[in-house]
Design a protein around this ligand. Sequence first.
Ligand code: ADP
Length: 499
Amino acid sequence: MSDLVLELTAPNGLKYSQPIGLFINNEFVKSTSGEKFATVDPATETDITNVYAASADDVDIAVKAARKALKSEPYKSLGGPGRARLLLKIADLIEQNAHTLATIECWDNGKPYLHALYADVPMVVNTLRYFAGWADKLQGDMIETTPTKLIYTIREPVGVCGQIIPWNYPILMVVWKIAPMLACGNTTVLKPAEQTPLSALFLAMLFKEAGVPPGVINILNGVGRVTGAAIASHLDIDKVAFTGSTQTGREIMKLASINLKNISLETGGKSPSLVFDDADLANAVKWTHQGIMFNAGQTCTANSRILVQEGVYEKFVEQFKEHVKNVSKIGDPFESTTYQGPQVTQAQFDRVMGYIESGKSEGATLAMGGVPHKNVNGKGFYIAPTIFTDVKDHYKIYREEVFGPFCVISSFVTEEEAITRANDTTYGLGASIFTENMKRGHRVARAIESGTVWINSSIDSDFRVPFGGVKQSGIGRELGEAGLAAYTSIKSVHVNLAD
Ligand code: ADP
């Protein structure tokens, strides 16, 4: 093995090749400064390995490669069918390497191995195959105006993209970004989150093996304020696509304004779940639990504010607590019985513990959890599933995104009150409604300010369905046909047929 691709042995015994360099022009290289930093296993708090970190100079080199690839052979002439073949080949390679990818994801992020294998990897494969289907179906329109004019539109790639992704679903976020980017004929410089860079670098090997031409996909690990900021502010990047916190999204928007980059942002949330008196309570309990506790609560659509109508409030709280006790089994993420692994980092652990203290000091009732969970091996950033009740709408824990296995439950009286309080937030990413009355379900769905509304479920997403936020939860949509808009630009051609 070279010093840029290491032979690692994961905690489950898997031996595999792990790149640790920057991936530029289809080669792994050292950073120009030689700087590296460690990525940590959150289950044991030990370093996995050191990974190279890109400086602004490295970003510049990668952007030049991406710019050159955009207009050069073989990419230029590949066309839609050629790009579709690449996406399909990548999907096949990911399927063949599913065990390795799920292992890396589990090790570096702390999510349960079986969730990575049976949720994340299939979603990744489906997304790639879905966008492969679009690659040869990008077409413009012919627009009727006057008899002496022929007007048509051409759908062109946006150009060189900068893509900045978070640590909560590392491989999924890489693919949500690169699949539409490639389908539409762009090139990219993608930065994984510095907390979880390993799976993105492994994917880089698969992109090369699939035949993606040099320079089309460049992957640069690095810290946000250096590598991320260099991408967001680079003058030769045409578009920046970001998923992460609202605070960082705002920062990126400012940096991107330097050359008026095309922007798409998927940011934070404080998603409400509304449980009405007439809900199927067992179903509401099952989905709201999944909605907040899946992935240790580290999901941007997590239904962290549960509002329950007063007639079923007590019953819901009791059943919800019982369900959490039965289902949210904390454990080693490689154990097949584990539902909840550790938080991704010490920083996230501290953040969630800080909100627990805030909830207690503001006067909410700690109904469950609220403590670190050290029973796995005495180590790891584990936190017991935490529920606060008697939460007032002005409490920090009701208003701010926590991003942990942490929810607030509050009661409401009328449908009108539920809608007003659900919308009383700067966010608008997801919302769920539990009712057996479909007239109410559809009525409330329209009244909620949110990019996604689930009726009688929560958290589930589908590669065919647009995803994104309103208000401070984002700009633009990913997935579905709507996801193509973020990676194409429309050119209008006016042909004058007049004598
Ligand atoms: P979190 O706070 O959950 O770590 P962030 O939104 O800060 O989430 O991070 C999401 C992504 O944005 C990561 O890849 C991170 O490195 C990157 N990032 C963080 N700060 C900046 C910044 N100032 N400019 C560009 N990218 C950034």
